[in-house]
Design a protein around this ligand. Structure first.
Ligand SMILES: [Zn+2]
Length: 290
């Protein structure tokens, strides 16, 4: 089609030029020749292209190579792209995933601090305010209003605080079941009796400073002879704590207790505390001072 449009106008011009401007006839001829040559080159180029690349043109027509060359197909796809454009604003919805703040819930670390809690229960608390833990010595006399309910423990008139009578009876019975024979030398001693003995010089413990005034102490002997070195003494040293009693005045604690060694004097402090005191190796004053 392009060939016809270029050839026709040039064939017409020479006719018009002959009539109107004969003076420039030579220049027109040159232009005409150039136009013809250019037309021939264009036609030749078209024929050459058709011969050499005709196959591609035919494929384009039948759409066999649509994926590669055809520019017309790529242009048709452009309008489809704008359809994907509106999807872009939907992507901004991603920032709505602020799930990050939920991760801070991982603070499981504070559970580790439970480690320091373990050593705490290992330290036994001393029930210093309990009635069976009252400290009575030369520096700590009993309160004037101190009182308790006494209970007889034999037919000799000996009595103790009724709250320790059962454990004392159990201890004596356990020893007797093994062939031992115990007697009580001294148990509860009233303040009045303590005053009488103290004034007579029978004891060096002033009224209220002897554990015998509390009803929690007892002097034990054996019916067969000397208590020191007897099987009864050996048995008490090994088992008294099992019934809540401790050897109150050990030979190596005289400077602390303020009393000479009394192998027969036992003091009630309860089974739990008696075991702890015996295990510690401390006298009652040292144990309470912890
Ligand atoms: Zn005593």
């Amino acid at each position: 089609m392009s060939n016809g449009t270029r050839i026709d106008p040039e064939e017409r011009e020479p006719r018009a030029i002959k009539i109107r401007q004969p003076k420039h006839r030579g220049r027109k001829i040159v232009f005409s020749v150039l136009a013809v040559l250019s037309a021939v080159l264009v036609i030749g180029a078209g024929v050459f292209a058709y011969i050499n690349f005709g196959d591609y043109f035919e494929f384009d027509k039948f759409g066999k190579t649509a994926e590669e060359s055809s520019s017309s197909e790529s242009e048709a796809e452009i309008p489809e792209e704008p359809e994907s454009v509106p999807e872009i604003p939907e992507e901004p919805e991603v920032p709505e995933e602020p799930e990050v703040p939920e991760e801070p819930e991982v603070p499981e670390i504070p559970e580790e601090p439970e480690i320091p809690v373990e050593p705490v229960p290992e330290e036994p608390s001393i029930p210093k305010d309990e009635w069976f833990m009252i400290l009575v010595n030369r520096e700590n006399p009993l309160p004037e209003d101190y009182s308790f309910e006494p209970a007889l423990i034999d037919d000799m008139g000996h009595s103790v605080d009724s709250r320790i009578a059962a454990d004392l009876s159990a201890m004596i019975s356990a020893g007797e079941s093994e062939g031992l024979d115990f007697v009580f030398y001294t148990a509860f001693r009233t303040i009045e009796k303590q005053k009488e003995f103290f004034e007579a010089g029978t004891t060096d413990a002033a009224p209220g400073t002897s554990e015998h005034n509390s009803g929690l102490a007892i002097d034990i002997g054996c019916a067969t002879g000397n208590f020191v070195g007897s099987p009864e003494e050996a048995w008490l040293l090994e088992h008294a704590h099992e019934y809540g009693f401790i050897l109150r005045y050990p030979s190596d604690k005289v400077d602390i207790t303020g009393f000479e060694h009394e192998p027969w004097h036992f003091r009630y402090v309860g089974k739990e505390q008696a075991a702890l005191i015996k295990e510690s190796g401390l006298c009652f004053e040292e144990y309470l001072a912890q």
